[in-house]
Design a protein around this ligand. Structure first.
Ligand SMILES: Nc1ncnc2c1ncn2[C@@H]1O[C@H](COP(=O)(O)OP(=O)(O)OP(=O)(O)O)[C@@H](O)[C@H]1O
Length: 246
């Protein structure tokens, strides 16, 4: 058996980060949930947001995507401020979000889900999607509602890759899935990483997150309280586990 190819480190660019979030505050009505989040994602980097339930990970993704509009601060992507753009224009700039609830169209078949909307230039072809997850070809005529949780997650991810995003936002892709499916999704994300796609990965599964991410931001009560780089993970594993334990 040959050893897997080493994953190249992301190439630092002179152009600065792809995404830069500064002093992000977010609100649900009167409830102030994010308290000055600062984070960035460099081109080709996989960054994780980790933290307990309710720490603000999903709210950070929703704020970046403009799905939650009640927010202040700065969100710069590819040099442009996203704060005032509606979510469809944010998506059109190359950000793709796969929410925790795996937004697929449950009444449409797998194939219809993949074909709607049509692939953009540089996006994944149907063939590439089927090569990554052959089960999607086998289930091509099944409605989304009849898929297992793992199949839904695979479909949700490859569906957004059809639009050729520059930054992929994944919310707990491993949650509730069997180890073999988590492994398959992790392998596919490694492939995307090798291709240079930038990713923000929200995770509570530390093993999954540390396998993939170059850096980890730890969120507690709507604030980033720590940042751990890949090379620091081994020495700081106890801290990371403590941040996640209830
Ligand atoms: N729609 C909402 N209305 C009001 N408060 C909300 C809403 N969604 C989330 N919250 C609150 O905002 C805070 C942050 O929640 P968020 O979902 O971002 O956390 P999380 O870190 O993603 O955790 P989880 O894994 O549980 O989703 C929590 O206190 C949560 O109760």
């Amino acid at each position: 058996m040959t050893a897997p190819a080493p994953i190249p480190a992301p190439v630092p660019t002179l152009g600065g980060p792809l995404l830069e979030v500064r002093d992000l505050n977010a609100y649900y009505g009167q409830s102030h949930v994010l308290h000055g989040i600062n984070l960035h994602v460099n081109p080709g980097e996989v960054v994780s947001l980790i933290g307990r339930n309710g720490a603000g990970k999903t709210t950070t993704l929703k704020s970046i995507m403009g799905v939650l509009r009640s927010r202040t601060g700065q969100i710069r992507f590819d040099g442009q401020d996203l704060l005032r753009l509606p979510s469809n224009r944010i998506a059109a700039r190359g950000l793709a979000w796969v929410p925790e609830e795996r937004a697929i169209l449950s009444s449409l078949t797998v194939r219809e889900n993949l074909e709607l909307p049509p692939a953009r230039p540089g996006g994944w072809s149907l063939e590439r999607a089927y090569q990554a997850f052959p089960v999607l070809r086998e289930r091509g005529h099944h409605p989304g509602s009849k898929l297992s949780g793992g199949e839904q997650q695979m479909l949700a991810i490859v569906r957004v890759l059809r639009s050729s995003p520059k930054l992929l936002l994944l919310d707990e892709p491993s949650e509730g899935l069997a180890p073999v499916i988590v492994q398959a999704i992790g392998d596919m994300l490694q492939e995307l990483r090798r291709d240079g796609l930038s990713v923000i990965l929200v995770e509570q599964n530390l093993k999954f997150a540390t396998r993939l991410a170059d850096r980890h931001y730890v969120l507690v009560d709507g604030e980033v309280v720590d940042e751990v780089a890949r090379h620091e993970v081994e020495g700081r594993r106890a801290d990371l586990l403590r941040y996640l334990s209830v």
